[in-house]
Design a protein around this ligand. Structure first.
Ligand code: UDP
Length: 444
C-alpha cells in the first residue's frame, strides 16, 4: 500500500554473526515487502553486507547501510576487533559487553537524522526501547531464538524449579509448558540476574519481538507465548529463506570465501545423496586441540564422509594449516573422504546440497533453523547459551536428531573441551547416518 511504501525501519543487531546474519535477512524481508530498511552496523562489518545491498538496490529494493563506530579505545579492545567471532578470552568478552551501552549516542544521532518509523534492535541493547520512545516510535526486540526457549525460560524464572534440586546434574521438570521437558541446573548459565532483568524490562516496554521461527514448527509454543503468557511476538522465519540465489546464500557472512564454495560444492557433487555429514559449531566457538583430536578420531572410525568446519584460537590467521592441530596423518588418511574447512564455510549452500544427510551442530538457533529448512536431521552437541534448550527442542519436541551426549556447560569465550570422546562421536555419527541410509532403502 501507499503507506507501506513510506514505512522506514531501522535494524540494529549485535556485532555477532548469529545476530547480524538473521537480522540482515529480516531487513531484506521488509524491503521486499515495500518498506525502506536501514541496516546499522560497525564499519568493519559493513563489507559483509555491501555486495548484497548493491545487488538488492539495483533490483529496486529500498535498503541501505549506515555505520556506527565501535568504541574500541573506550572499552580497551584493539582497533582490529570487529565482532564476537574473534573473542578468545573472558576479558575480551567483558570489554565487548561494556561496549553495548556506548552505541546510544550514535544511534540517537542516526534516529534524529533519518526519523524512521520503527527501531528493531537486538535484545542486548535494552536501552533501545527508551531511546525509541524519545522519538515517539516503537521498538521491536530481536532475540534470535525460538519461542520454545522463551517459554521455557519464562517458566524457570517464574517457578524457580531449579532451586529444588540438590545438584547441578539432577534433572528437574520445567513446569507449565506444553511438553514434559527436563533440564539440569548446570545448563542454565551463570549470567548475572540484573543483566537479564534489564533485558526483560525493556522487552516488556517494547512493542514485542520478531522471532526467526514459524508457526508450524512450534505451534504449541507460539500459542503459549502469545495467549498464555500474553506477550507479543511475530514469527517471521525461517529468515534464511530470503536468500534464494546462490550468490545470496554464498554471501551470508563472509565475502572472500568463493574458493571454499567451489571446493565444497564440487566435492559434494561427487558424493552419494544423503551420505555426507556436515560438522560446524557456529561462528564463535573455538576448540582445544585435544577436543579436535577426539572429533577427528571418532569421525575417522565412523567411515562417514564429512565436511568439517574447524575453528581454533588461531583459525583467524590466514595461513592456518589444519594439519597443525589435527592428529598426525589425519589429513592424508582421509584424503577424498572428507573436507576440512578452516574458520568459515557456506553453511546454507552445504546444507541444501542433496549429498548432505546429517548435521553435527552446536544447536545455535540459526543452524537449527537452516537444518530444518534443508530437511537435514541433526546430531546435537550443545555448548553454551540457550543451546541445551535447543537440543531438547530438536530431539524431544521435533524428534529430528540424536544427542552426542554432552552434559558439560562450556564458556563461549574459552577453548572448548568437553568430556565427549571419540567413541561417543563415532556412535552418534554411525547411528544417525546409518539410520538415514536404512530409511532411504525403505523409501526405495
Ligand atoms: N555460519 C556459516 N558458516 C560457518 C559458520 C556459521 O555460514 O562456517 C552461519 C550459519 O549459517 C548461521 C550463523 O552463521 O546462520 C551462526 O549462527 P548460529 O545461531 O547457528 O550459531 P552462533 O554462531 O550464533 O553460535
Amino acid at each position: 500500500t501507499e503507506q507501506q511504501q513510506n514505512l522506514h525501519i531501522f535494524f540494529f543487531p549485535l556485532m555477532a554473526h548469529g545476530h547480524m546474519l538473521p537480522m540482515f535477512d529480516i531487513a531484506r524481508l521488509f524491503a521486499t515487502h515495500g518498506a525502506k530498511s536501514t541496516f546499522i552496523t560497525t564499519p568493519p562489518n559493513a563489507p559483509l553486507f555491501s555486495t548484497k545491498i548493491d545487488r538488492d538496490r539495483s533490483l529496486g529494493l529500498d535498503i541501505q547501510i549506515q555505520t556506527i563506530d565501535f568504541p574500541h579505545s573506550q572499552v580497551g579492545l584493539p582497533e582490529s576487533f570487529s565482532s564476537s567471532k574473534s573473542i578468545t578470552s573472558p576479558e575480551m568478552a567483558e570489554k565487548f559487553v561494556k561496549a553495548f551501552a556506548l552505541f546510544t549516542n550514535d544511534l540517537e544521532r542516526l534516529l534524529q537524522l533519518h526519523r524512521p518509523h520503527c527501531l528493531v534492535a537486538d535484545m542486548f541493547f535494552p536501552w533501545a526501547t527508551d531511546l525509541a520512545s524519545r522519538f515517539g516510535i516503537p521498538r521491536l526486540v530481536f532475540h534470535g531464538t525460538s519461542l520454545f526457549y522463551l517459554c521455557v525460560d519464562h517458566s524457570i524464572r517464574a517457578h524457580q524449579p531449579h532451586r529444588h534440586v540438590s545438584s547441578d546434574a539432577e534433572p528437574f521438570v520445567v513446569p507449565d509448558v506444553p511438553d514434559r521437558i527436563e533440564l539440569t541446573r548446570g545448563v542454565l548459565g551463570d549470567d548475572p540476574e540484573e543483566f537479564w532483568e534489564e533485558i526483560r524490562e525493556s522487552e516488556a516496554k517494547s512493542l514485542g519481538i520478531l522471532a526467526n521461527t514459524f508457526y508450524e514448527l512450534e505451534p504449541n509454543y507460539v500459542d503459549h507465548y502469545k495467549n498464555k503468557l500474553g506477550k507479543k511476538a511475530w514469527e517471521i522465519g525461517p529468515v534464511s529463506l530470503c536468500n534464494r540465489s546462490v550468490n545470496d546464500k554464498l554471501q551470508r557472512g563472509e565475502n572472500q570465501h568463493h574458493h571454499q564454495y567451489h571446493r565444497c560444492l564440487s566435492w559434494l557433487d561427487s558424493q552419494k545423496p544423503n551420505s555426507v555429514l556436515y560438522i560446524s559449531f557456529g561462528s564463535e566457538s573455538h576448540f582445544s586441540r585435544a577436543q579436535l583430536g577426539e572429533i577427528a578420531m571418532g569421525l575417522e572410525a565412523s567411515r562417514v564422509p564429512f565436511i568439517w568446519v574447524v575453528r581454533t584460537t588461531s583459525s583467524s590467521e590466514v595461513d592456518t594449516n589444519a594439519d597443525d592441530f589435527l592428529p598426525n596423518g589425519f589429513r592424508e588418511r582421509n584424503e577424498g573422504k572428507g573436507l576440512v574447512i578452516i574458520d568459515w564455510a557456506p553453511q546454507v549452500l552445504i546444507l541444501d546440497h542433496e549429498a548432505v544427510g546429517g548435521f553435527l551442530t552446536h544447536c545455535g538457533w540459526n543452524s537449527v533453523m537452516e537444518s530444518v529448512c534443508a530437511g537435514v536431521p541433526m546430531i546435537t552437541w550443545p555448548l553454551y547459551a540457550e543451546q541445551f534448550y535447543n537440543e531438547k527442542f530438536v530431539n524431544e519436541v521435533l524428534r529430528i536428531g540424536v544427542r552426542v551426549g554432552n552434559e558439560d556447560w562450556c564458556s563461549w569465550t574459552d577453548e572448548i573441551n568437553t568430556s565427549v570422546k571419540r567413541d561417543k562421536v563415532e556412535r552418534a555419527v554411525v547411528g544417525l547416518m546409518r539410520e538415514e541410509e536404512e530409511k532411504k532403502k525403505w523409501r526405495g
